[in-house]
Design a protein around this ligand. Structure first.
Ligand code: FEO
Ligand code: CA
Ligand code: CA
Length: 633
């Protein structure tokens, strides 16, 4: 593996925040507890907060359906001894099926998988780098209505055998996608670009119990060259226009996701910087402050797109500002294959991990988002009004509202700091809200947000607790209350509860789990990333990084009452386990393996039989409980 290609793996690991926002340094001392229990006296809405010896009790969490004395996780776990090797392991109480590997046709009858793919075939095939995804049930009532978790639960039992699966294709190494480390032509670049983006497929459970893709009016690939449009406060900004007037195209490095109450999919652009470089005028190109804050560099991560596609050449004056068109949350209608994807600028421009939507006070939508880089921040967006009324008035709820960034205080309280141009400190730096949003990270630096240990996924539990994975940060040299490990090699999970049903500006928080504490036990995990809180009080945790105790990356289920952890699934050597989508009855779970074997056939050929030759392929797993029960139980 060359140094350039190695950067694919390191893309989250650099530090671009030099703002020195280290608000805790002066208040910390060497005796700081690694577990910050709720010590705040903040009179937040969550009046059940009681300082206590157990963080679970501190949150007053009783579990929505917890049965006295009975664990929420009762399956037989995958053991340390089993959770490794070139093929997956699953709890003996569960089984899995492989679905939509990279390169399969989008619909029956499409171009069949062959390796390496042509650009034209890849455009009509499942992409690579399977990541965040949502299952949208096809059922009359679901299509009419509301996809908030609340309504989703109300419709349990509907649309459990048929739906649209919207799935992100985050990235694929050139060596895997092209069969070579560096593109040799624009055609090679197009193949790589078509392997990125999003797929929307229609899937159906067959009579034999297997899920399959079916023909669909609305199945589609959205990739790096698909026309898109901008909406929200920055939509008409000059910062999003190029001198040659090319229309906005594409989405890239689609990491985690979200879904809205109105039934659309949100795909999030994470390490977009790595696809740009400076080639044709590189002698005169210098990185601006904005470029540096977002990690742009002369060679990018080694994809080489900028060498053959001028759009990705930072030094090409015709395409000035093209880079500002990435780093957004993009809304896709999974039920309309003709819809033009919309980049929602009100949600800010960061390295978006995900966009977790919940409905808060006064029916306003709230979107929680992590910016996955060492020492970057956690954000939330609150819509200006009731989302139903806004839509009835022709206003998109994701276009008007307030974006906030989180500041975690040492005493277990926190504040959401509004990123608005009426703040004099921000008005002194930015001409208008559009510029502020285009360079959201710099605005957050100015306000003194709390630098975190790589914020990944966020999930909202039914009792309103919000959980966020902080995957790791090996470069942290000083602990603070919210990031209590220095260095933080293995990550942790933080939890908070907002005032005013997610819409307020204050919160109380604690540390839910520290990964290192599990090492050497059967509960061992590191590098938490994917995250989902189910309606019963279980937390599904996926990992992406070097696991300890000999494990491959994994899917764990945690009882949030007791913090008991059980291992449901382990992937294959060299992969990451990511993506969580579930049917309304919670009897079918979809997860993904990404970059199995890191693309090396001598490590694994999964999902093909182990033949030492066939390239391993990213794919989805359909997981069911053998007794037909709720997943995680
Ligand atoms: Fe794409 Fe931060 O994981
Ligand atoms: Ca991730
Ligand atoms: Ca990750």
């Amino acid at each position: 593996m060359t140094d350039e290609i190695q950067k694919f793996d390191d893309s989250d690991d650099t530090v671009t925040n030099s703002s020195n926002n280290r608000p805790f340094e002066e208040v910390l001392n060497a005796n700081l507890s690694r577990r910050s229990v709720m010590r705040g006296s903040l009179a937040v809405a969550a009046t059940s907060f009681v300082a206590g010896s157990s963080t679970a009790n501190a949150f007053g969490w009783s579990g929505l359906k917890s049965r006295r004395g009975r664990s929420l996780v009762n399956f037989t776990p995958v053991t340390l001894a089993e959770g490794n090797g070139p093929t997956p392991s699953i709890s003996p109480d569960y089984e899995y099926q492989v679905l939509i590997p990279w390169g399969e046709p989008l619909e029956p009858g499409g171009p069949a998988y062959s390796w390496p793919p042509t650009a034209e075939d890849q455009r009509q095939q499942i992409g690579i780098g399977h990541d965040g995804m949502t299952f949208f049930p096809i059922d009359r009532r679901m299509q009419e209505g509301d996809y908030s978790d609340r309504l989703f639960r109300k419709h349990w039992g509907q649309g459990n055998r048929h739906g649209m699966l919207a799935i992100n294709h985050e990235f694929g190494r050139n060596s895997t996608v092209l069969g070579k480390d560096f593109p040799e032509s624009l055609d090679d670049v197009r193949t790589s670009q078509h392997a990125h983006g999003v797929a929307v497929v229609e899937i159906k459970k067959q009579r034999n119990g297997e899920w399959q893709q079916v023909e669909s009016e609305n199945a589609r690939r959205i990739h790096v060259n698909t026309p898109v449009r901008f909406s929200g406060p920055a939509a008409s900004s000059e910062l999003l226009k190029t001198p040659n007037g090319n229309i906005p195209l594409g989405t890239v490095n689609n990491c985690s996701n979200g879904h809205t109450p109105w039934g659309t999919y949100l795909t999030c652009e994470e390490n977009f910087n790595g696809y740009f470089g400076a080639t044709h005028n590189k002698a005169t190109w210098t990185a601006t402050e904005e470029h540096e804050r977002y990690g742009f560099s002369e060679n990018g991560f080694g994809y080489g797109w900028h060498v053959f596609d001028r759009r990705f050449d930072l030094s090409d004056p015709d395409y000035k500002n093209e880079e500002n068109r990435f780093g957004w949350v993009v809304e896709i209608d999974p039920f309309d294959g003709t819809q033009v994807p919309v980049k929602r600028t009100a949600l800010g421009r960061i390295k978006h991990e995900g966009a977790t939507v919940t409905v808060g006070k006064d029916n306003r939508v709230v979107v929680y988002m992590g910016d996955d880089q060492r020492f970057d921040y956690i954000y939330k967006f609150v819509s200006a009004g009731d989302w139903v009324e806004m839509r009835a008035n022709g206003v998109d709820p994701l276009d008007e509202g307030t974006l906030y960034v989180a500041k975690f205080n040492e005493d277990g309280t926190g504040e959401w700091l509004p990123l608005t141009i009426d703040n004099p400190a921000l008005a002194a730096r930015f001409a208008d809200q559009a510029e502020l949003l285009t360079f959201t990270r710099i605005a957050a630096d100015i306000l003194g947000a709390t630098p975190m240990d790589r914020p990944e996924w966020v999930t909202v539990a039914p009792n309103s607790d919000v959980y966020c994975t902080l995957t790791n940060n090996s470069r942290r040299t000083e602990a603070d209350a919210a990031n209590p490990m220095a260095p933080n090699a293995d990550g942790h999970i933080i939890r908070w509860r907002d005032t005013e049903e997610h819409t307020g500006t204050n919160f109380a928080w604690d540390i839910f789990l520290i990964a290192q504490d599990t090492h050497g036990t059967e509960e061992s995990f590191s590098d938490p990333d994917g995250l989902w809180a189910d309606p019963d009080g279980r937390l599904f945790v996926q990992t992406d990084g070097g696991q300890k105790d000999g494990l491959n990356n994994q899917l764990l289920v945690v009882d949030t009452n007791t913090k008991e952890i059980r291992r449901l699934f382990t992937g294959v050597t060299g992969d990451e386990i990511t993506g969580l989508a579930i049917t309304p009855d919670r009897r079918t779970l979809f997860i993904n393996t990404q970059h199995p074997g890191n693309g090396d056939p001598s490590v694994t050929n999964f999902p093909a039989p182990q033949d030492g030759v066939t390239v391993p392929r990213d794919c989805t797993f359909v997981i069911t409980r053998k007794n037909g029960g709720v997943i995680g139980s």
